[in-house]
Design a protein around this ligand. Sequence first.
Ligand code: NAD
Length: 451
Amino acid sequence: MSRRDFLRSSAALTAAAFAGPCIVPSSVLGQSAPSNRVTLGIIGCGNQSTMDLPEWLANDECQVVAVCDVNKGSYGYKTAKQFLGREPQRDFVNRFYAKKTASGNYRGCDMHADFREVLARKDIDAVAIIAPDHWHAVMTILAARAGKDIYCQKPLTLTAGEGRQMVQAIRQHKRILQTGSQWRSNALIRRACELVRNGRIGKVQRVETFIAANNFSGPGPGWQEMPVPGGFDYDMWLGPAPRAPYHKDRCLYRFRFIRDYSGGQTTNFGCHSNDVAQWGLGTDDTCPVEYEDTGAEFPPKGDLFNTPTKVAFRARYANGVVLECKTDELNFGVKFQGTEGWLRVTANKIECEPQSVKDSLIQDNETHLYVSTNHYRNFIDCVKSRKEPIEPIETGHHTATLCHLGNIAMLLKRKIKWDPLKEEVVGDGEAAGMLTRPLRGPWSYSMPLKA
Ligand SMILES: NC(=O)c1ccc[n+]([C@@H]2O[C@H](COP(=O)([O-])OP(=O)(O)OC[C@H]3O[C@@H](n4cnc5c(N)ncnc54)[C@H](O)[C@@H]3O)[C@@H](O)[C@H]2O)c1
């Protein structure tokens, strides 16, 4: 029984003991009384934790009680100023909560180096997985087995195959999972998708999705192994990925440009732009059926980095709608082309033709999309209510799969056909073999939960 299940059942027992109208004012229990808060463990204290942690801390409905990272604390992340890892982030959390106490002292946030210790803690309800992509599946499945609810950063997966296993684990263990594609909780994006869904630009025929260029280059061919820095558990960083010589450009932040750990900007930004395309098209439960390269470029052979330097692929849905995904200076954005106009949405504006589309009201009897104004808050609310969050596991899995299949087509430079129901590549053994990866031992989805 998880902590929240226990709290729920004791609340039910208390209610039964005082049978009759018993309304306890929230001033007594307190909406955010400690016993009512969702307790959170943060797994991965790097670059994105600097965006996610303040969101969790600002929410009185949850309490960060532990942070975990294989790195004790170091520079070497996205920007030169970032000093990150489990120690700095534990101190960050404690400083934040200390400001809220009368004494100005707070040491309630613990730190761990092994995420299995976090999963073993009975006082933790949910985990936020902000580790690199190659860890998402093992961590999510073990967390689900341990009875935790999960906020897992995008891209949800490293491969389409592991996504299916994650879906099964979440459903089997009845866990809440929010995929960290936070544009779904943006009002402008929702408005754009509602306009498209309600036919304001006619029938959609084509959608373009824009992806940021690589913001780092690799060390180039001939790179040499480096000594592993102190305080960094490299073997635990690699985890289920193949054993490989250490280089500073392999791990912190830059892992996203190496196929063993990520799908490059295709999955990094694709799980934003393509996710919005899926929402606008109403295809969250499926994926395009065909994928082809349209001129992707890659780093030179022998470089440590091997994901596309230029993303360019075309996909086609079963109903004929074409999706063009490409590197663009826009970084993030989606353009829907319909029979009666077009609509382009970026981080801060909607542009469209005809112009009148922008001011069009969505009537009561039309399609209204799920409303979430804060992705993190939506997750915590759903942990409490047990309702589905705005980006449940299947949605994150389909968006990531679309990106993975684009990557496979760009790598193989040939058309890939996909059966979205069976989740199988049709008639191409080599491409089908790229849907899964072996996990390096001792890591497996069925391994014991204890370290
Ligand atoms: N939603 C968004 O907009 C957004 C933006 C950036 C990154 N992300 C996602 O967040 C994830 C992390 O990216 P990042 O930029 O923060 O990378 P990062 O390298 O800066 O941070 C990842 C941290 O995870 C730690 N880590 C690695 N293995 C671990 C393990 N076994 N246990 C505990 N910690 C471990 C690393 O040491 C590192 O500190 C990625 O999946 C990325 O796609 C999402």
